[in-house]
Design a protein around this ligand. Sequence first.
Ligand code: NAP
Length: 459
Amino acid sequence: MRIVLTGFRGTGKTTVGRIVAKSLGIPFLDTDRTIEGRAGMKIPAIFRNRGEPAFRDLERKVIAALPADDIVVSAGGGAILDPENVAHLRRGSLVFLLEADDETIIRRIGGSDRPSLTGRPLSEEVGDLIRVRRPSYFRAADLCVTTSGKSPEEAAGEIVQVLRNGPLSPVSREAGRRFLEGLPLDESDRSTLTSLLSWNGEPPAGICGITGYPCSHSRSPALWNQLFSRYGLPYFYTSFEWPAIGDVIQAAKNLGVRGLSVTIPFKEEVIGYLDEIDEDARAIGAVNTVVQCGGTLHGYNTDWLGVRAPLEDLRGVRAAVLGAGGAAAAAVYALKSLEMDVTILARTVEKADRLASRFGCRAGPLTSFRDLDPEVVVNATPVGMHPDRSSLLSGEDLKEGMTVFDLVYTPPETPLISIARDAGCRVILGTEMFIHQAREQFMHVTGIRVPETLIRELV
Ligand code: NAP
């Protein structure tokens, strides 16, 4: 297996990487030095003479050509902002993100001849760049190690320890194992997880999963496990079907779960268990993606991106959202981001009113649909979901040219979609939301941008 160390300048990836390689008795490669070798000049000279794009181009070529096995690689902090580099670096590798606080970094890189990337004083540049880059760094790494207050030997010792004994302490591994025993897993998942947890000296493979109650019907495990194998990632995705989200989060910490997809009924409640929530998820009030790095849990929402992506060509139009639950909140946020004039129509009008006042839009009962004459309709209720065969709208409600997006995806062709098709509407199936939200979720957990065509083929 390849070991990759990455992180901002001054986090120690080169010094620590050299020590790790020496302890493991395998070669060490610093991508920056390889780039300098290829260019025949130092990095400051490449920036000065050829510019940053030329440097990044060389960097991409060096990363794509890295040896596959038994090597420790130190990769530049700017490189992992590019998802293509991340896919190359992650293939068959274990990626460690080295972190350090701003003060430590400034002390370590003060006096370096590397050019400033922003032209601002080092103390300002470091803090700002780290904050912008942090989410990308978290995505690209399997494990995080802080090097602040540690000597390079201590930080390297920690990494070697993880490589030799796995990232989990025996106590937390045992607690995680007990939790898994109580889950309604199928035999094949149970045996894969048991072998992952019975330490056999191989570099650690990680666990990801979906949590909800119920969630065993989800298509996510099949999709994610295919993606992990396509991209050569050492992960296994399973289903954590359990009635209490607090227990799942505790187990995720014990098991070092890297990524968790969160579904009904936990998308709101999970927020209380997380360390950092991104801006969009906080505005929507729901998290459907949890990423763990260095024991810190980060929450994101990708549902809204799943609604937004298929509608991106329809800016500023009149839209009706049916329903006022979690999916409706994500849908309204997505439509508002496309500057649409949104009205929420729901069976329980008070819920529609509450949601509308949060997002600054209108609300009403389902019966007022025809008065609205919307150009876009989004069904965010479970009406039409298997085994239900009903639709909230009839052929008389719909007009040719309307866009009808049914978020329900089981079955893909819902009664509403059939009615809309017959009425001459443009239809968007719930699988579109699933595809786009899963693509964004995979990006949060791995830093890899899966081509839309591949994810469609796998779904
Ligand atoms: P939720 O929070 O339970 O909200 C459901 C909403 O639907 C509520 O406003 C509820 O109204 C309304 N509703 C339920 N039954 C109704 C009926 N018979 N007539 C009229 N309104 C009804 O659920 P959610 O998380 O928003 O999810 C809604 C649906 O979105 C799911 O069932 C799922 O099919 C779909 N979804 C799809 C994806 C995807 O990737 N495609 C992702 C997420 C969700 P009351 O408040 O009056 O009960």
